[in-house]
Design a protein around this ligand. Structure first.
Ligand code: ZN
Length: 252
């Protein structure tokens, strides 16, 4: 069972009736709804308003993949929580940053660049799949359209991605690296651009499929035993090695 925590700052839905109309349960509720309909995925949600933003050590310890939607109040997310989340990602927890999560403290800390981009509301987007063999692209058509979406445009100030899986083309002429992956420590990271709060993007079946695939891809279930140390560790004790070479191996 893959344990997913969907985190949403939950500001737009609580302050803008037109957003609440599209997402009566919040964007986190919508995302948790379609993810939870899969037998292999167990979902919980958390928001900015919960104590410690709902991301306690206990919750993160019990999370395989953390999904993040933030926009309005990135600065209100406590640094201690950001550090805790980053430590868990480096320790192997998967992370999916959605839409304006690009400017979250977590993504800035993980990627180390400004993550600045160009933007404009009310555009039309065509999402092109560039890497159909990737697990996150399974069952996704070569291209699909979002009739209304916020334009995010290049140049996007990110480190060169490990993989670029989707490219967004906008009717206004811009293009964008809409789906990219990174590895940080033992953790896998997927950033996906569609999902402006004023548009029904998370009700789109292809968007839902991509996020569901990304959860399965980012899950650390089959992680290697050769993990990267998360903390700066003490000098390693010299291992006792049996230097008596077995007879049968002395052929060289
Ligand atoms: Zn937006």
């Amino acid at each position: 069972m893959i344990k997913v925590t969907v985190w949403n700052e939950y500001m737009h839905e609580t302050h803008q009736p037109e957003v609440a109309e599209i997402y009566p349960e919040g964007m986190h509720g919508c995302i948790a709804g379609f993810l939870g309909s899969n037998e292999d995925i167990e979902v919980r949600t958390a928001t900015l308003f919960d104590p410690e933003h709902g991301l306690t050590e206990e919750v993160l310890e019990d999370t395989d993949v953390l999904i993040w939607w933030g926009h309005w109040v990135h600065e209100k997310v406590e640094d201690a929580v950001v550090e805790r989340v980053c430590r868990h990602i480096r320790g192997g927890m998967g992370f999916i940053g959605l839409h304006s999560a690009h400017h979250s403290k977590v993504m800035k800390a993980l990627l180390g660049t400004t993550l600045n981009l160009k933007w404009r509301h009310g555009d039309r987007e065509r999402v092109w799949c560039t890497t159909p063999s990737h697990p996150i692209a399974q069952g996704v058509p070569q291209q699909f359209e979002l009739p209304v979406e916020e334009m995010y445009g290049e140049p996007f100030d990110i480190p060169e991605p490990d993989e670029t899986l989707f490219l967004g083309w906008f009717a206004g002429g811009e293009v964008f690296r809409s789906g990219v992956t990174y590895r940080r420590g033992n953790g896998r990271i997927f950033y996906f651009q569609p999902g402006h709060e004023e548009y029904p993007t998370y009700h789109n079946e292809n968007v839902q499929r991509i996020i569901t695939n990304a959860v399965r891809w980012a899950c650390p279930c089959e992680r290697s035993h050769a993990e990267i140390p998360v903390e700066n560790s003490e000098p390693l004790e010299k291992q006792e090695i049996n230097e008596e070479t077995p007879e049968q191996l002395t052929f060289f």
